[in-house]
Ligand binder design. Structure first.
Ligand code: C2O
Ligand code: CU
Ligand code: CU
Length: 560
């Protein structure tokens, strides 16, 4: 297989670093148009691969936002498939969050509007349609969201995108014999950064900042540099640290981000590589030589042991150090952000979530995996959180493999991992945490502020996309005792009661024209023409539905 051979050559370093690293373009305005589209990408010369992208054939532009900006985003779905776009890591209301409830049918648009409430950090956007996230992300849709704030601007760290600050979207992909992307696969033998395989980049001889995202479907990476140079970690996920943490390795799970400063002031002319030192990953982590933990493991992952990336060390990006830019930053500051860490004593609610393998026992390595004994059911709200509460969640992993657990809405602080205080580089803001396999456990603390909605939930799930798509996901609503019951009202259409039992009323106060009702998979199950001041009463099986008006806007409702 030609493509497999290409990645083996890459690992041996013979021809590594042939292609200039693509730097995604930026959008820095608060009005944003994202067009989801099909395209063709040549990852390998002469091989045309069908891909998906936002405003292009692959990946999407980097959105640069500032705290306080009022965003107005139009997502135009020109794919042949229903999808959603989620702002991973961002603190937005559930109706703007882009989870599986906010479907965008082919040929329609979605228009989230929100104020950026986040601190400076690195977030990202990607599709989140239930059972299709892995396919849509693997085929290419993902992009970065850099949030800036005034505190970051005063730190004296690099903030000039593409000059001293570089996006590093790390992915591995699998291809079939005709060069088309596989998804839900263990055969992800190709390594790419920003969609570029075999990539090189020139960094100036000064302090440079790497905004790193692990956007791989399943693979945990142990990143470092080929000459084992020390780097300064200055933040994770949605926030910058109080002070840099100097390391030679960082373990980054799918969905996680890390903010790295490299001091290249004395490295002019040097060549080195960004590496994945996967041989150093412990067992029971996807990407290591042995993804399950004995003695729990009773099954293996198809194709896993033949994938040359597992348990091996390999280069992901070739780096050349060139001349300084004008007015370079040449020192790494000793102090960075200030913030207050939530204390355990401030929590008023605790929750326990347990991960297990379907089919009984702890040994099943290939899933499906369950949270609290069940797979995702879109018509069930698993947890209800009171607005402003500070909660401690305990995650217990009874499966033989580590799972990167992600929660929407909040950034959390990790209290402990397997009972121990986390290392300094895991003491900042996080929205993903790797929960160790074989009865591993993690406790985190978070406050659920600002956004209450009695009907539309947020998600929590494993960020290994095959696990998520197979249902390793749950949902929670944030409610406020003082909030009025939300009546869905859009375009002069009210849907009540919501949720309802068996039967729902759709009242057209100020609307006339076509309407459609679809199920969560985007399948149309009802169409009719509405007239002003009429009411449609309809019987439906239990589930989650979307009412689509003739301008493409959707309202969600639930039949219990
Ligand atoms: Cu990055 Cu719920 O996802
Ligand atoms: Cu998310
Ligand atoms: Cu998982």
């Amino acid at each position: 297989m030609k493509l497999l051979v290409a990645s083996i050559i890459l690992m041996s370093g013979i021809s590594f670093g042939q292609n200039a690293l693509v730097i995604p373009p930026t959008i820095e305005t608060s009005t944003i148009n994202l067009t989801l589209q099909e395209g063709v990408t040549q990852f390998y010369p002469g091989v045309n691969t069908s891909t998906l992208g936002a405003n292009g054939a692959l990946l999407g532009p980097t959105l640069i936002m500032s705290t306080g900006d009022n965003m107005n985003i139009t997502v135009d779905n020109q794919l042949l498939d229903t999808t959603t776009i989620h702002w991973h890591g961002m603190h937005v209301s559930p109706e703007d969050d882009g989870g599986p409830h906010s479907i965008i049918l082919p040929g329609t648009t979605w228009n989230p509007q929100f104020t950026v409430m986040d601190k400076a950090g690195l977030n990202w956007y990607h599709p989140h349609l239930h059972e299709k996230t892995g396919e849509h992300v693997s085929k290419g849709i993902a992009g970065l969201v850099i949030v800036r704030d005034t505190e970051e601007a005063s730190m004296g760290i690099p903030i000039t995108y593409g000059v001293d600050e570089f996006p590093i979207i790390m992915q591995t992909k699998g291809f079939n014999a005709s060069g088309q992307i596989l998804f839900h696969t263990n055969l992800d033998t190709s390594v790419m950064v920003n969609g570029t395989v075999d990539a090189f980049v020139d960094f100036p001889s000064q302090v440079v900042r790497l905004r790193v995202l692990n956007a791989a479907s399943q693979r945990v990476m142990e990143i470092g540099f080929s000459d084992n140079r020390t780097f300064s970690i200055i933040g994770t996920d949605g926030g910058i640290f109080m002070a840099p943490v100097n390391k030679t390795r960082y373990r980054i799970a799918p969905g996680q981000r890390v903010d790295i400063l490299l001091d290249l002031t004395t490295s002019l002319g040097q060549n080195f590589q960004l590496m994945n030192f996967a041989s150093e990953l412990p067992n029971a982590v996807y990407g290591s030589a042995q993804p399950g933990m004995a003695p729990f493991m009773t099954s293996s992952l198809p194709g896993y042991t033949s994938n040359p990336l597992n348990g091996a060390n390999y280069a992901m990006l070739d780096i050349n150090v060139i001349a300084q830019t004008a007015s370079p930053i040449t020192t790494i500051p000793a102090t960075l952000a200030s913030f207050t860490v939530l204390t355990e004593a401030s929590a008023t609610v605790t929750r326990d979530l347990t991960f297990s393998s379907a089919g009984g026992g702890m040994g099943n390595l290939s899933g499906p995996f369950l949270i609290d004994g069940s797979t995702f059911d879109m018509s069930v709200i698993n947890h209800t959180v009171q607005l402003d509460d500070i909660e401690i969640w305990t995650l217990t992993n009874q499966t033989p493999i580590a799972h990167p657990f992600h929660i929407h809405d909040v950034q959390f602080f990790i209290l402990d991992i397997n009972g121990s205080t986390p290392p300094a580089e895991l003491q900042g803001f996080n929205d993903v945490v790797l929960v160790p396999g074989g009865m591993g456990n993690v406790r985190f603390i978070a406050q659920f502020s600002d956004h209450a909605n009695n009907t539309i939930p947020y998600m929590y799930h494993c960020h290994m996309l095959p696990h998520e798509d197979e249902g390793m996901m749950g949902q929670f609503i944030v409610t406020s005792p003082t909030a009025e019951i939300v009546v869905n009202e859009l375009n002069g259409i009210q849907i009540y009661p919501n949720p309802s039992v068996d039967q729902v009323n759709i009242q057209f106060d100020d609307y006339q024209g076509e309407i459609q009702i679809t199920n969560v998979a985007g399948k149309i199950i009802h169409t009719s023409k509405a007239t002003i001041n009429s009411t449609l009463t309809i019987n439906l099986d239990s589930g989650v539905y979307f009412l689509i008006a003739n301008d493409g806007t959707t309202q969600q409702f639930i039949i219990q």
